[in-house]
Design a protein around this ligand. Structure first.
Ligand SMILES: Nc1ncnc2c1ncn2[C@@H]1O[C@H](COP(=O)(O)OP(=O)(O)OP(=O)(O)O)[C@@H](O)[C@H]1O
Ligand SMILES: [Mg+2]
Length: 384
């Protein structure tokens, strides 16, 4: 599904600037629960006004990382710095962070406006200021008409927005969102994603968000960290994560991809990028990319289905990579069709094609013998 990158994906890349000072820094942070290592010597910089997502399978340490930043857990070793200042010893309520939990418990007996005002009243702010801020928040999350309702008189999405307003009311510099949109249906979820991005940009906040949904992370984030077992595998922009995954793990985790295991045959460094030849158990492919592996090394070849062309005729250009096989299955996704092709050696390979109608071509269907082809710069050699 084609996705917009959001209304305001501004020119913003402080992480590429060697002089930029990170807003939040996890420095060699480890968290153990007994013998179990939930976060393993992790180092990560997050910049002011960044929309940063943590992505990874259940149990990989995402919530633990957030809870340490919010001050609900202490690192076993390592430090967490905010604007250069060590946060250890600072209790949660004195940190400029606010965490919206996986289950965003609202007070059921309080109206929407009371829920939003709660934290401000705890801080004994003057009445006038509380009222003004509640009004501002209600407007921001578009719940002005619902101020007097109780949570059980709201839809799931509206409740989620109350929770968001409540987290924002105290004007945290950093908002920690743990699966904030988990309860919403797909349509509402997408709408709320854009609202979140809008709010974040308007208020100039730093967001750290946990999500299970990779598409959501791709949509909202400036950068994504892909985690596994308490370790960061790759930290990069959504486009880099998708187009240049650094490992089989990331390639396989984000989006759909063909992965073939093989051995590097040769690496010719004549041009800016290397010409790498890989033997994938009988399928030989050529890839243009810079690559650190040496001949004989075990590597994987990876290519996204949408970068594979499918045709009834053999490609005329002999320099492209080409495989022959039979159409085994077709998945129709509306805007795209995915062809699952059984190669002549029995392996399965995927090609995706945008459904733009070209009536001159005979449509490709089940049982057709086809050619799959791609240029040398379309695939990737993965060494990790
Ligand atoms: N208080 C605790 N005591 C013991 N183990 C814990 C504790 N809190 C978390 N863990 C363990 O640490 C690991 C990481 O937990 P965490 O909640 O950070 O995962 P997560 O990435 O947020 O997962 P999910 O996506 O399911 O929310 C898990 O294996 C979990 O069982
Ligand atoms: Mg969690």
């Amino acid at each position: 599904m084609a996705k917009s990158l959001g209304p305001v994906k501004r020119k913003f890349s402080p992480w590429t600037d060697a002089d930029a000072v990170p807003f939040i820094r996890f420095e060699n942070v480890t968290k153990r629960f007994g013998d179990f290592v939930a976060v393993d010597n992790l180092t990560l910089d997050i910049y002011e006004r960044e929309f940063f997502s943590l992505l990874g399978p259940s149990g990989c340490g995402k919530t633990t990382l957030m809870r340490m930043l919010a001050g609900f857990e202490q690192p076993t070793s390592g430090r967490i710095l905010l604007q250069g200042k060590d946060l250890s010893g600072t209790p949660p309520y004195k940190r400029p962070t606010n965490m919206m939990f996986q289950s965003y418990a609202l007070f059921p007996h309080m109206t929407v406006e009371k829920n939003i005002a709660f934290g401000l009243e705890q801080d004994s702010l003057p009445r006038g200021e509380i009222d003004a801020r509640v009004q501002e928040m209600l407007k921001l999350v578009k719940l002005d008409q619902f101020a007097k309702r109780k949570p059980n008189q709201l839809s799931g999405g509206q409740r989620q927005r109350v929770a968001l307003a409540r987290s924002l009311a105290k004007r945290p510099k950093v908002l920690l969102l743990d699966e904030p949109l988990g309860a919403l249906d797909r349509k509402l979820r997408e709408e709320t994603q854009f609202e979140l991005m809008d709010i974040q940009t308007k208020l100039g906040l730093t967001f750290l968000i946990v999500t299970h949904d990779q598409e959501e992370a791709m949509t909202v984030s400036d950068r994504i960290a892909v985690m596994d077992k308490g370790i960061l595998i790759q930290v990069a922009t959504p486009a880099e994560i998708y187009e240049a995954p650094n490992s089989r793990y990331v390639a396989d985790f984000i989006g759909d991809i063909n992965l073939l295991e093989g051995k590097l045959i040769s690496r010719d460094a004549a041009t800016a990028s290397d010409t790498v030849k890989v033997d994938c158990e009988g399928i030989n492919v050529t890839v243009e990319q810079t690559c650190a592996a040496a001949p004989g090394d075990a590597v994987a070849f990876a290519i996204r289905p949408e970068k594979v062309r499918i045709s009834l005729d053999q490609p005329a250009d002999v320099s492209v990579n080409a495989l022959h096989g039979e159409v085994w299955d077709i998945g129709y996704l509306g805007d795209f069709s995915v062809f699952i092709v059984k190669l002549d050696d029995g392996r399965m390979f995927r090609a995706a094609q945008a459904n733009v109608s070209r009536l001159v071509d005979r449509p490709i269907t089940f049982g057709d013998m086809v050619w799959l082809s791609w240029s040398a710069d379309a695939g990737l050699v993965l060494t990790r």
